[in-house]
Design a binder for this molecule. Structure first.
Ligand code: ATP
Length: 370
C-alpha cells in the first residue's frame, strides 16, 4: 500500500479534555510506530478515532488515497470498512467462545470450510494450534495476548492498532513478550501503531515514535532520534531525560560548545546556530562514575561530583549527584557496591561531549527539572 496514514483531527470531551492528533505515517514499507506519552495524554483517543470507534469533532483522516473522516463533509467511514485490526488493552476476548471461535469471529461471511482453514493457519502462525479448543479463562496472559493479535490479523487488515498490548501482563512476562511481539509485528508485514507509556517497550517495539503530551503531538521521528534528541524541554521531560539544566554557552570551537551549568563548565557538541542560553540535556545511562580523579579531554567531560542520593530501581540504580549542578547517572548494582556509592561520597562523573544534547532555552523562562 503506497502513501501514508495522515490524520489531523481534534476530539473534544465534555468537561474539558481536548485531544488533537497530527500524524503522517508512511505505509510502505510497513513500519511499527509507537504512540508514546504519559497516562491521560490522549493516546487511546487517537487510536479509537483512527479505528472509527470514536468520531473526532474537527479535521480529517486519510489512508493512502482513501478518505476515512472529513468533518467538513460529515464523512465518517465505519470501522468495518477501514480494514483495521484493533487489539484492545484488556484483549476483549469473548469468554464463551474458545480460541478458534474468538479468532474466527470476524470472518462471519466467509464459507465455513474456508474460515476453518484460515483460522487454523493463523493459529499455527502464532503458535496457538494446541489451544484451539480452550476458553480465554484457561489461557495465560501471554496466550490471551496472542489470541487477540491472531483475531486482529486473521482478517488481513491494512493497518494494525494496538492499545497497550502488554499492559495486562505482569512485569516479568511483559519483558519477555516485548521481543516476541516485535517479531510478530515484523512478520505480519502490516503497518502498526502501538500505544505505550513504557520507555523500554517503545524502544523495543518501535521503528518510529509519535510523542504526545496533554492531548498534543510534541514530536515524531525514528524512536532513537526522539529519545536522544527531544525537540524541546517538554519533550525532553516526557521521554525521561534525567538531567535537564539551564546553561549558558561561553565559548564555541569547532562545533564544540563550552557551557556554564551551575558552577561547572562542560563541553557539548553544539548544533548549528545554538543560542547563548541553552537547556543542557543528558541521559543517565551516558554518565560513567569513577573513583579516581583525572583530566578531561575535548570529547570527554570529567567532573568532580558528590553523591546526593542513591535510589535502587530495576534493573539499574539511580544516582543523584551534585556536580556543580544536579546530575543523574544510572549504575548497575554491582557497580554501586564496587564504587561504594553512598550519600556524601566523592566521585568523578564522565560523559562525552556528544552525549550532551543542547536545546535553545529562554533564560527568562528557565525551568530546571521538576
Ligand atoms: P492511558 O495511558 O491512561 O490509557 P491515554 O493517553 O490513552 O491514557 P485517553 O484515554 O485517550 O488517554 O484520554 C485522554 C483524555 O480524555 C483524558 O483526560 C481522559 O480523561 C479524557 N477522556 C477520554 N475518554 C473520555 C470520555 N469518553 N469522556 C470524557 N473524557 C474522556
Amino acid at each position: 500500500m503506497a502513501g501514508s496514514l495522515k490524520a489531523d483531527f481534534t476530539r473534544r470531551f465534555a468537561g474539558g479534555p481536548v485531544v488533537a492528533a497530527a500524524l503522517d505515517l508512511p505505509l510502505d514499507p510497513p513500519r511499527v510506530t509507537v504512540l508514546f506519552g504519559p497516562s491521560g495524554c490522549g493516546k487511546t483517543t487517537v487510536l479509537r478515532c483512527l479505528a472509527g470507534l470514536e468520531r473526532p469533532d474537527e479535521g480529517e483522516i486519510h489512508f493512502g488515497d482513501e478518505r476515512w473522516f472529513d468533518a467538513a463533509t460529515r464523512l465518517l467511514l465505519p470501522p468495518q470498512r477501514r480494514g483495521v485490526g484493533f487489539v484492545f488493552q484488556d484483549y476483549a476476548l469473548f469468554p464463551h467462545l474458545d480460541v478458534a471461535g474468538n479468532v474466527g469471529f470476524g470472518l462471519g461471511r466467509m464459507p465455513a470450510a474456508a474460515r476453518r482453514e484460515r483460522v487454523a493457519a493463523m493459529l499455527d502462525r502464532l503458535d496457538l494450534g494446541g489451544l484451539a479448543g480452550r476458553r480465554p479463562r484457561e489461557l495465560s496472559g501471554g496466550q490471551q495476548q496472542r489470541v487477540a493479535l491472531a483475531r486482529a490479523l486473521v482478517r488481513e487488515p491494512r493497518l494494525l492498532l494496538l492499545d497497550e498490548p502488554l499492559a495486562a501482563l505482569d512485569a516479568a512476562l511483559r519483558e519477555s513478550l516485548r521481543d516476541e511481539l516485535r517479531q510478530l509485528l515484523l512478520q505480519a508485514g502490516i503497518p502498526a501503531l502501538v500505544v505505550t507509556h513504557d520507555r523500554n517497550e517503545a524502544l523495543v517495539l518501535g521503528d518510529d515514535m509519535v510523542l504526545m503530551n496533554e492531548g498534543r503531538v510534541l514530536q515524531s521521528g525514528p524512536v532513537l532520534e526522539v529519545f536522544n534528541r527531544p525537540a524541546d524541554a517538554e519533550a525532553a521531560r516526557i521521554v525521561g531525560v534525567e538531567t535537564r539544566q539551564p546553561g549558558r554557552v561561553v565559548a564555541l570551537h569547532d562545533g564544540v560548545a563550552e557551557v556554564e551549568v551551575g558552577t561547572a563548565r562542560i563541553m557539548a557538541v553544539a548544533p548549528p546556530g545554538i543560542p547563548r542560553d541553552v537547556l543542557v540535556c543528558l541521559r543517565g545511562e551516558d554518565v560513567i562514575l569513577q573513583r579516581e580523579p583525572g583530566p578531561a579531554s575535548s570529547v570527554r567531560n570529567r567532573l568532580a561530583a558528590r553523591v546526593v542520593g542513591v535510589q535502587p530501581a530495576v534493573p539499574l540504580t539511580r544516582i543523584e549527584l551534585d556536580a556543580g549542578f544536579p546530575l543523574f547517572a544510572w549504575v548497575t548494582r554491582p557497580g554501586c557496591e564496587e564504587l561504594g556509592l553512598a550519600p556524601g561520597e566523592q566521585v568523578s562523573a564522565l560523559f562525552k561531549a556528544s552525549a550532551v544534547h543542547l536545546l535553545p532555552h529562554e533564560a527568562a523562562h528557565a525551568s530546571p527539572q521538576r
